[in-house]
Design a protein around this ligand. Structure first.
Ligand code: NAP
Ligand code: G3P
Length: 477
């Protein structure tokens, strides 16, 4: 156990060890790298009660006092950036350069959130009744905190998607109970360390850990919860929405982002962009391109160029900065393989890949002529496989894009910008990218999922507003 790490829970400003440990194995090769303390029901209740008690004091601080605490946290967080990035790579297998980018992006997110909070939220919105031709009333409408917020994050951006929930929630005056994904909870346990060092008031930040399948349903019954900010799969997102109706809820869920390719493009440039968008982090991004929908007239040439780019991808150990890394677990690998087999059974052609070449390590796989009858056309693999669906018309491309249960983002590749803008109007997704892969950033942009891809909006300004309600004070003359 010498070099092994242990992640402690953190409640009411105390680190908590428990009898129940969950061992954490590296996604790189399955070796045990440490363990975390899993909480029982009483300890979880205590976390919510602590957050509830802390709310009054924290929410009554001046906004600049809260900013001071948050900036202290940010300072300690940044100081440890290499340690955090190293552990992200070791634990979930993200390539080290991407892990470091994730940490720095999170720091920049904090700083930008503080700036936008001062600019957009601290002053009230003011209306009067001059619309009725009189001026007897002045109404001041404030963004006020809601209380205790539950934040639940996924494994794929363990730090960034946690920070992007925790910081805006606290800054506007809420207190928090944070539950990270079990894969990634070791690195997330470091977050508590920086809150502790920054000397936050007791109970403002609480970290609870344990398997979602064991404690998740119980957590969702807690009566102190006034808001939930969640990123993860659609199944769990729906469970949350059902368990906590009429609360402030933000759900960022799965995706099946389409790249629609018209026939007037620079094939080399577009193929390179699509392969990057599909295969980075082995496709374990909600915004990865998860299907190419291409006009028949250009399909052969595009597939050939996609293949050349896929063959250039580097596979292997994340510490070597490769593109294709092991999937998070064996269940995920088998799920991807099942989808590929089902596509083959529906007469698709594997152009390259489809070989397991190491521990949960699948070669990047390009599958052509994918039928809309196959699961790969509709389900989210969260792995390194790119299906190509050939269509005869743009209308067909739009209709297949919109037939998905998901509606996160889409890309349109064409040299005709006006045509792209027209197609964009017909697509039922959160955001459309013209001539670029889908992406959540820049973080100041609202990040939106429709249909099974989410509810509510994230982003630097939107995440601040999401965990507030509007309170009015009306002065009558
Ligand atoms: P997941 O399995 O849904 O897990 C997400 C979180 O929910 C984890 O913290 C998990 O804990 C927890 N959880 C599990 N069961 C729960 C329950 N009954 N009640 C409450 N919480 C519960 O998702 P994932 O595998 O980590 O991430 C992959 C999915 O997230 C993909 O579908 C991807 O598209 C989506 N995603 C979406 C976005 C976006 O912004 N739209 C971003 C990233 C990922 P445990 O880990 O302990 O099970
Ligand atoms: O899957 C995480 C999602 O939020 C994507 O973020 O920056 O890779 O587009 P990004």
């Amino acid at each position: 156990m010498n070099n092994k790490l242990h992640g402690l829970a953190y409640i009411n400003n105390k680190f908590i060890d428990t009898d129940k440990k969950i061992s954490i194995n590296s996604a790189i090769d399955g070796t045990e790298i440490g363990s975390i303390s899993a909480l029982n029901k009483e300890q979880i209740d205590f976390a919510f009660e602590s957050a509830h008690k802390a709310f009054y004091k924290w929410s009554f601080l001046n906004f600049d006092q809260r900013i001071e605490y948050i900036l202290k946290f940010a300072e300690f967080f940044l100081e440890d950036k290499e340690v955090i990035a190293n552990l992200i790579t070791k634990e979930i297998g993200k390539s080290y350069p991407d892990a470091l980018t994730e940490v720095i992006r999170s720091y920049e997110y904090i700083i930008a959130t503080v700036e936008m909070y001062k600019k957009e939220l601290v002053n009230p919105i003011i209306y009067d009744d001059s619309i009725h031709g009189i001026k007897n009333k002045i109404g001041k409408f404030y963004h006020v905190p809601i209380g205790v917020v539950l934040a639940i994050s996924p494994f794929n951006y363990p730090i960034n998607l946690s920070i992007a929930k925790i910081i805006p929630t606290l800054l506007v005056g809420n207190t928090i109970v944070f539950k990270p994904a079990t894969y990634g909870s070791l690195v997330c346990s470091l977050i508590a360390k920086y809150f502790d060092k920054a000397n936050f008031p007791e109970g403002v930040f609480n970290l609870v850990m344990g398997k979602g399948s064991e404690i998740g349903d119980y957590i969702l019954t807690n009566r102190r919860i006034e808001g939930v900010t969640f990123t993860g799969s659609t199944d769990i997102g729906k469970k949350i929405a059902k368990a906590l109706p009429a609360k402030n809820i933000v759900l960022e869920l799965g995706g099946k982002d389409a790249a629609i390719v018209l026939d007037d493009i620079d094939i080399k440039k577009v193929a390179k962009e699509i392969v990057k968008g599909a295969f980075n982090f082995s496709g374990q991004r909600c915004t990865a391109i998860k299907r190419v929908i291409v006009l028949d007239s250009i399909a052969d040439n595009l597939v050939e160029e996609l293949k050349n780019n896929v063959l250039d991808l580097k596979i292997g150990n994340p510490f070597d900065g490769v593109d294709i890394i092991p999937l998070i677990d064996n269940k995920s690998l088998n799920y991807v393989l099942d989808l590929i087999n089902d596509a083959i059974a529906h007469n698709a052609n594997v152009i390259t890949g489809n070989k397991v070449v190491g521990y949960n390590l699948l070669e990047p796989t390009l599958v052509d002529n994918v039928s809309t009858k196959s699961r790969l056309a509709w389900e989210e693999p969260f792995g390194p496989v790119l299906p190509v669906i050939r269509v005869k018309t743009i209308q067909e491309a739009i209709s297949i894009t919109n037939a998905s249960n998901f509606g996160l983002q889409a890309s349109i590749f064409t040299n005709n910008i006006e045509k792209a803008k027209l197609i964009a109007r017909y697509l039922n997704v959160g955001t459309i990218n013209i001539n670029k892969s889908p992406s959540r950033g820049p973080d100041i942009f609202p990040f939106i999922g429709v249909k099974d891809s989410g509810f509510g909006v994230q982003g630097i300004v939107d995440s601040l507003k999401a965990m507030t309600r509007i309170k009015g004070i009306v002065e009558n003359n």
